[in-house]
Design a protein around this ligand. Structure first.
Ligand SMILES: [Zn+2]
Length: 97
């Protein structure tokens, strides 16, 4: 996948709207009720879980159930701050623990 695909601002806004709607659905409420971060697997209070796009919107990801997972704030921040390759390294590191 090319990293320099241009994503329309309007598309990103629409997808963010969809995330807001998705967070109100029972599907999402059931997911966070389990209280587990998708990435690190740590127990997290449902109110501290955020909706994360596995493939970020800025890289062409969309707000679908398959692309949205509950993530703790730590993982969410890591994901924002790391390059895709570094993020993969982070996930691998988690699995080795
Ligand atoms: Zn986590």
């Amino acid at each position: 996948m090319s990293l320099d695909i241009e994503i329309d601002d309007r598309v990103i806004r629409q997808e963010r709207e969809k995330s807001r709607a998705l967070r109100k659905q029972n599907w999402w409420k059931n997911r966070i009720a389990k209280g587990v971060c998708h990435y690190c697997g740590h127990p997290v209070a449902p109110k501290d879980l955020t909706l994360d796009h596995i493939v970020p919107l800025a890289r062409g990801g969309r707000t679908t159930k398959g692309n949205c997972v509950p993530a703790c704030k730590d993982c969410n921040n890591q994901k924002k701050n790391l390059l895709p390759l570094e993020w993969e390294g982070y996930l691998q590191h988690l699995q080795e623990q």
